[in-house]
Design a binder for this molecule. Structure first.
Ligand code: ARG
Length: 462
């Protein structure tokens, strides 16, 4: 146990349980690279403005480089009594280069130090998840292209009841649209957090003639934060990252649910690859969609991470409070969780086999083209509400007698409405139903082809 870096005013040693409770080194050592980058930028700037001599800057920089090498090599001794990553690194620097190490913390506080470390980490995490989201989007776009070529038809659902036939490609493109926005949210968050709090010092700024613009630029930030209290006391950059993660998780969870349902024996729409499914220790026949189930469930912890940090922040007065030490684990966890889920789906979806015969047959069931019959009447001048009523009657008649709409006789059709001629039969096919939906954003093959073209363009030129 060495003397605490902040120990000057204390007469008694820290209680052991307090030390354990207070320490964050168990998790914030993950910020070591960012911490040392921040310190290097700071010490170089202290030299530039004449606060430290070039000799001191060289000693401290070299020492920090050696500490970083130890950390990377796994030979660094992380010590709980040194509390957090910042004091572990600084104390190790002092062990290495002696008292000159103590000059590093001139014009700096752990409050701006942790804020800059955590912003560096979160910005990189946001951009990395944005890239991974983009990779999944590219995979789903490629799937859409593949299934458009064969015009594979899928039942479209509302309330999980068959609603209208759609193209499988159209279904994929819905997720492409969601993922495009998810990527945008992550990039927007990264752009908004692109400000360096370093030099805010403890809370009020510093009397030293520092150059915050220089350290911001050296660390790759667009600019320094404009207010020192805000710089050390705000965590909305982490909240924004977590909320973009939460929304992305919700989308991946919906996708998971669909894949789980569609892979059941009862639906039989798709077969998941052996490489991404698991078996049962008792039932030899089982092939379980564990990846999708876990991906569906992981949304829970990501939402929890957002809610957790919102709750931590909400009652804290300005500026820094130790409460803010609780900001990190949820961000690390959300980043790790989404990194793996995005990678898994990027690898799994191209290996998933869709059964076009099954999906087409399912799309034709459940009177899925009833709206087309109503439109057939409405096109001939029958008010849509009246047409709806007439076709509803036909669906009732057919379902009572265990038939489909196309099984009804010409007499039955004409009895329901005189304009219901044999010609309606062609409006009843799922292919015609899909082809007819030519409105912008609709499922007609031509529209989906255009949507894919635009999405391809966006993916290559953004
Ligand atoms: N480990 C601390 C955290 O993560 C670093 C900042 C400590 N600042 C302080 N004034 N105690 O928030």
């Amino acid at each position: 146990q060495d003397k605490k870096l902040w120990g000057g005013r204390f007469a008694e040693a820290t209680d052991g349980l307090v030390e354990l409770f207070n320490a964050s080194v168990g998790f914030d050592q993950r910020l070591a690279e960012q911490d040392i980058r921040g310190s290097l930028a700071h010490v170089v700037m202290l030299g530039q403005v004449g606060i430290l001599t070039s000799e001191e800057v060289a000693q401290i920089s070299d020492g920090l480089g050696a500490v970083l090498a130890d950390i990377r090599a796994g030979t660094f001794e992380w010590r709980l009594d040194r509390e957090d990553v910042h004091m572990n690194v600084e104390a190790a620097l002092r062990d290495r280069i002696g008292p000159v190490a103590g000059k590093l913390h001139t014009a700096r506080s752990r409050n701006d130090q942790v804020a800059v470390d955590f912003r560096l980490f979160t910005k990189e995490a946001a951009l990395d998840l944005a890239e991974k989201t983009r990779s999944l989007r590219a995979v789903m776009l490629a799937e859409a292209e593949k299934h458009l070529a064969d015009e594979v038809i899928l039942p479209g659902y509302t309330h999980l009841q068959v609603a209208q036939p759609i193209l499988l490609a159209h279904w994929f493109m819905a997720y492409v649209a969601m993922l495009e926005r998810d990527e945008g949210r992550l990039r927007d968050a990264a752009a908004r957090m692109d400000e360096s709090p370093l030099g805010s010092s403890a809370l009020a700024g510093t009397p030293w003639p520092i150059d915050r613009h220089a350290t911001a630029a050296a660390l790759g930030f667009a600019r320094p934060t404009a207010n020192s209290l805000d710089g050390v006391g705000s965590r909305d950059f982490a909240l924004e990252f977590l909320s973009a993660c939460a929304i992305l998780s919700a989308h991946l969870s919906r996708l998971s649910e669909e894949l789980i349902v569609y892979s059941t024996f009862e639906f039989g729409f798709l077969t998941l690859p052996d490489s991404h499914t698991t078996g049962s220790s008792i039932m030899p026949q089982k092939k379980n969609p564990d990846v999708s189930e876990l991906a569906r469930a992981k949304a829970g912890r990501v939402f929890g991470n957002l809610m957790g940090l919102l709750t931590v922040v909400k009652g804290t007065p300005l500026a820094y409070n130790k409460d803010l030490q609780e900001d990190k684990e949820g961000v690390f966890d959300s980043y790790d969780t989404l990194s793996i889920v995005l990678r898994l789906y990027t690898e799994m979806l191209p290996r998933t086999v869709w059964h076009a015969d099954v999906t087409r047959a399912a799309a034709a069931r459940g009177y899925s083209t009833a709206t087309d019959v109503a439109d057939f009447l409405a096109r001939q001048g029958v008010p849509f509400r009246e047409a709806h009523e007439v076709v509803g009657g036909l669906v009732g008649l057919a379902s009572r007698s265990g038939r489909q709409l196309w099984d009804l006789s010409d007499e039955e059709l004409r009895a329901a409405h005189p304009l219901l001629t044999g010609e309606v039969a062609q409006a009843l096919t799922v292919e015609q139903s899909v082809r007819a939906r030519q409105s912008f954003g609709g499922t007609a093959p031509d529209r989906v082809r255009e949507a894919i073209g635009q999405a391809r363009e966006a993916l290559t030129h953004e």
